[in-house]
Ligand binder design. Structure first.
Ligand code: MTE
Length: 316
């Protein structure tokens, strides 16, 4: 019998990732965490059964055609890394603890509110919105201000599609977005009362309607895992990751530039615009290069995270 073993390039990138997730998991954890981290992970076992995503409690499938216009020129990050190394301060400052601490948080049902300078204020269930919008998949580079990076296949819709639907008035100049505020369920909101909860972010209308700005409801062909900002988040790939607010409950269209969470918390380190820029160091570290989380490799950081052709003219 002839058994055809497909070459690496014959496997669609998205499929190549989740299936290898748990088989590769320990190798990744060993490398990324070092000895102390490995000890915390515990003993072996539990690789069996790990190959059945549904059995492992993976989020529901969310198929959407890939928009091949956006090619990050880099390998897609493995699913277990993208969903096991998270910044989500509502749960923890420990990136590897977020997934566990967010596991039981109720992300559905989920109401989203649209208010401010819009023709008609709205309140709707996130799943109604997902049914209404035309979903697509886009593989984007993702660069955190902490100088690490990944490449993620997001599922969602252009923010412009959403804005065209909610119809802000001509007076609107900014969109402000806000995350949930549930300290009794989100341990990070409880243990870090010095932060100005709930998390809030903002974009200019020009940024929000730029073709790259995406409202995201899934990744790797599945609904967003809790730790990645379920059930709805922003992705603006030319900006540092902190602009990409997770678990949004409100979009508000406003006239004046809104304050933002990190700018309010540490004003001398984080600004409103926050475009990826290798030439401008963070006050405490260089931004000239970034660490690829999956491999540990250091690569040069690109202006606008490589998306200058799409966005540079917004800032000229
Ligand atoms: N959104 C909320 N609500 N809370 C957060 O702590 N962290 C930000 C951003 N959005 C954050 C957030 C930061 S600093 C980064 S780098 C990204 O989410 C991380 O997204 P990821 O965990 O999906 O990689």
């Amino acid at each position: 019998m002839l058994i055809r073993v497909p070459k690496g390039w014959q496997i669609p990138e998205r499929e190549a990732t989740p299936e290898s997730v748990y088989l590769e998991r320990r190798r990744f954890l060993g490398r990324a965490l070092g000895v102390a981290g490995l000890a915390a992970v515990g003993g072996t076992g539990c690789l069996q059964g790990a190959l059945d995503p549904q059995a492992r409690g993976f989020p529901a499938k969310l198929d959407a055609p890939r928009n091949s216009k956006f090619r990050p020129q880099r390998r897609i990050t493995r699913y277990d890394i993208a969903t096991g190394y998270n910044n989500f301060y509502e749960f923890s400052l420990d990136k590897q603890a977020v997934a566990r601490l967010a596991r039981d948080f109720k992300f559905r049902p989920w109401q989203v509110e649209v208010k401010g300078l819009v023709e008609k204020p709205l309140k709707f269930d996130v799943d109604d919105l997902i049914r209404r919008m035309k979903l697509e998949e886009r593989v984007y580079r993702f660069r955190c201000v902490e100088a690490w990076s990944m490449v993620i296949p997001w599922v969602g819709f252009p923010m412009k599609q959403f804005i065209d639907w909610v119809k802000p008035t001509s007076r609107a100049r900014f969109v402000r977005m806000v995350t949930f505020n549930r300290p009794s369920e989100a341990p990070g909101q409880r243990s870090q009362p010095h932060y100005p909860w709930p998390y809030f972010e903002g974009l200019t209308m020009e940024e929000a309607t730029n073709e790259l700005a995406m409202v995201v409801v899934g990744m790797y062909g599945r609904a967003l895992p809790n730790q990645n900002g379920a059930p709805i988040r922003l992705i603006v790939p030319w900006k540092y990751g902190f602009k990409s607010i997770k678990s949004i409950v409100r979009f508000e269209f406003v006239r004046n530039r809104p304050p933002t969470f990190w700018n309010q918390a540490v004003p001398n380190e984080y600004g409103f615009v926050a475009n990826v820029n290798p030439a401008v160091p963070h006050p405490r570290w260089s931004q000239a290069s970034e660490q690829v989380v999956e491999t540990g490799e250091r690569i040069p950081t690109l202006p606008f995270n490589g998306y200058q052709d799409y966005v540079a003219d917004l800032y000229s």
